[in-house]
Design a protein around this ligand. Structure first.
Ligand code: THG
Length: 384
């Protein structure tokens, strides 16, 4: 099948880096927050091995920033999330579920405290700009809400720190996980955070000057040549091995954070003024009907959208994401299972199998993140 082409327009935004990633070999795009996001360069597996061994520069401009500014900005962010932000410092980032009054997830951005009266929500794929404006108007809050022209780029991989220090100096080494510093590049201070959508370590640079951002992008490739710096993008294999969830795929408006393992970002036993806390407390008391778990099936040669999980021979589960592990000879997936089935899997009173490409394979249940290294799986090696 020949893929239909996507037409770029002002509705489907290019980014300051689109020309560069096209020249760099982007093979396919997806659309995220109405913005282009590349999905692979070499191949999914080739990108995976390059990412886990070297360093990549990603155009994640699609993680659009909604800026909340004003005396009530922090109150509004806290209203939207059940995560406790009361001790937030103006050098911190927080992974926050945004939940409605029923506790359902509307987005899972990184919230950045830019200064005492300014927050950025670095969004996953949904229109939180509208939700935030609606809440602020309805509640009469003193806050200005805009879609800021800020385009994050991510530098990810084991050599990310070395590469970043060559551009920004050794100060990058002292940035702690989910903290940021303002670091100068050619006289302009960019917010540089230790964060990013991979488990390989790295940084995100919030580009608020497109032209200078392009110069910075080019310089990363020049000074990182001997580090084998390359293009890349969020990699489905790596993020699944690491246990990072993708809003819209692994959870959506129908799920609560208690169902998808985001409990640790919900401080329910507090008196936070957050609109979802009462509903989440109630769900905690009653128990969740279904929960997102990890599934591992060794020795499966290919993933396919027709793969079906079976418990004692009967179809079960709702698979949200799947791939073949990069490092291990196994198929991995995230899937919603009924809580009662998870209990039976825990006490091993039920047999789990995967029907994939007309073959039956034994499958194992795991919590997310997987601990693949501890499962006795056969290792794979890069195809050099
Ligand atoms: N960076 C920025 N914005 C983003 C993303 C990003 N917006 C959309 C999307 N990604 C948001 N989703 C996530 C999901 C997980 C993490 C970050 C963003 C993440 N989680 C860590 C973990 O699960 O181990 C730790 C989170 C924590 O301790 O607070 O990194 O990637 N700018």
């Amino acid at each position: 099948m020949t893929l239909p082409l996507i037409t770029f327009s002002r509705r489907l935004r290019e980014t300051p880096f689109t020309d560069r990633i096209l020249a760099g070999g982007a093979q396919s795009f997806t659309v995220y927050n109405h913005t282009l996001l590349p999905s692979w360069f070499r191949s999914l597996e080739g990108d995976y091995w390059h990412l886990v061994e070297h360093v990549q520069v990603w155009d994640v401009s699609c993680e659009r920033q909604v800026q909340l500014k004003g005396p009530d900005a922090e109150m509004l962010v806290q209203l939207m999330t059940p995560r406790d932000l009361s001790k937030a410092q103006p050098d911190q980032c927080f992974y926050v579920p945004i939940c409605d009054e029923r506790g359902h997830i509307l987005n899972d951005p990184i919230a950045i405290k830019v200064d005492d009266d300014t927050w950025w929500l670095s969004l996953a794929d949904s229109d939180i700009y509208l939700w935030a404006k609606g809440l602020a108007l309805g509640k009469g809050l003193d806050v200005e809400i805009i879609r800021a022209d800020v385009w994050p780029i991510a530098v990810q991989g084991p050599k990310a720190e070395t590469l970043m220090a060559r551009v920004f100096g050794d100060e990058v080494n002292s940035i702690r996980f989910f903290r940021y510093k303002r670091l100068e590049y050619r006289g302009h201070a960019f917010i540089v955070a230790r964060s990013g959508w991979s488990g390989q370590g790295g940084f995100e640079i919030y580009i608020d000057d497109a032209e200078l951002g392009q110069e910075l992008w080019d310089e990363l490739f020049v000074v990182g040549a001997d580090l084998n710096v390359g293009h890349g993008c969020p990699n489905n294999i790596e993020r699944m091995e690491t246990g990072l969830l993708s809003f819209g795929s692994d959870m959506d408006y129908s799920h609560t954070p208690l169902q998808c393992g985001l409990d640790r970002y919900c401080q329910l036993d507090t008196d936070l003024q957050s609109m979802s806390i009462a509903a989440l407390r109630e769900q905690r008391a009653q128990g969740v009907p279904t929960r997102l778990v990890g599934i591992v099936a060794p020795g499966v040669p290919a993933a396919s959208k027709y793969c079906q999980l079976l418990a004692d021979g009967k179809p079960v589960g709702d698979i949200t994401s799947q791939s073949l592990s990069g490092r291990y000879d196994a198929w991995i997936a995230f899937a919603y299972f009924e809580s009662e089935l998870i209990d039976r899997l825990k006490n091993e009173s039920v047999k789990l199998q995967l029907l994939c490409n007309n073959e039956l394979h034994d499958a194992r249940y795991s919590e997310i993140p997987f601990k693949l290294g501890q499962m006795g799986l056969n290792e794979r090696f890069p195809n050099l």
